[in-house]
Unconditional design. Structure first.
Length: 212
């Protein structure tokens, strides 16, 4: 199996956590987003969105979109599961994951930020305000959801898809100056997650392409 990713990409980080939780060996191909390696013809041939990550399975299947990749890994390698046993709890884990991946993360994306800066629509301070409004708003929703479902982790007492999305988002929020100080339940779960060895292994600073 081969993962195309970038050390600081939150979507790649999500997939790395799942791979680590499930103890799956894989080759890592670094795609340097700052050098535009995700926009080359070769990369676009495997990921028409021109985004990281992409997974190529042992059978040669190419899978894009981190949520689809994580669900594929869950289906192909069911143990340990990253979805709760109960159907409603599974839906809650997916809803929290989507709140983060679809409603919070896109505003922090490199191409979005680049466009807003290059078109001179936003300066740094407007960008921070915008990010706090939209990304912070979605994280507030995640906090509300998690307060209803959490045990030791976002949903119940084992790490799920939701935690695999929360941790990279929290890391990104710190980088981009999103104020997360009000989200005390998410903070508690984030802290627990980063002490887990699989989350530690997947951390951006522990990747071969990390810039120290
Ligand atoms: N919905 C996509 C989002 C992927 C994504 O946003 N990747 C970012 C890094 S976290 C990227 O490749 N950005 C490059 C760019 O914006 O030019 C997924 O979940 O895989």
């Amino acid at each position: 199996m081969k993962l195309y990713g970038y050390w600081r990409s939150s979507a790649s980080y999500r997939v790395r956590i799942v791979l680590a939780l499930k103890n799956i060996d894989y080759d890592y191909a670094a795609v340097n987003l700052l050098k535009g390696e995700h926009k080359t013809a070769d990369y676009l041939a495997i990921n028409p969105n021109g985004l990281a990550p992409t997974l190529v399975t042992d059978e040669g299947e190419t899978i894009i979109q981190s949520l689809a990749i994580m669900e594929y890994l869950e289906d192909a390698f069911p143990e340990p599961s990253i979805l709760p046993a109960d159907a409603a709890d599974r839906a809650q884990a997916r809803a929290i994951a989507a709140t983060i991946a679809c409603e919070a993360q896109p505003f922090m994306n490199l191409r979005v930020q680049k466009f807003l800066k290059e078109e001179k629509l936003f300066d740094d301070s407007a960008m921070r305000e915008w990010l706090n409004h939209f990304t912070g708003g979605a994280m507030a929703a995640a906090e509300t959801l998690v307060r209803k479902t959490a045990g030791q982790y976002c949903v119940g007492d084992t790490p799920s898809l939701a935690d695999c999305c929360l941790v990279p988002q929290w890391f990104g929020a710190g980088r981009f100056g999103v104020d997360v100080s009000k989200f005390t339940k998410l903070a508690e779960i984030y802290q627990r997650c980063i002490e887990h060895p699989a989350f530690e292994k997947a951390h951006p600073m522990n990747q071969p392409d990390a810039v120290k």
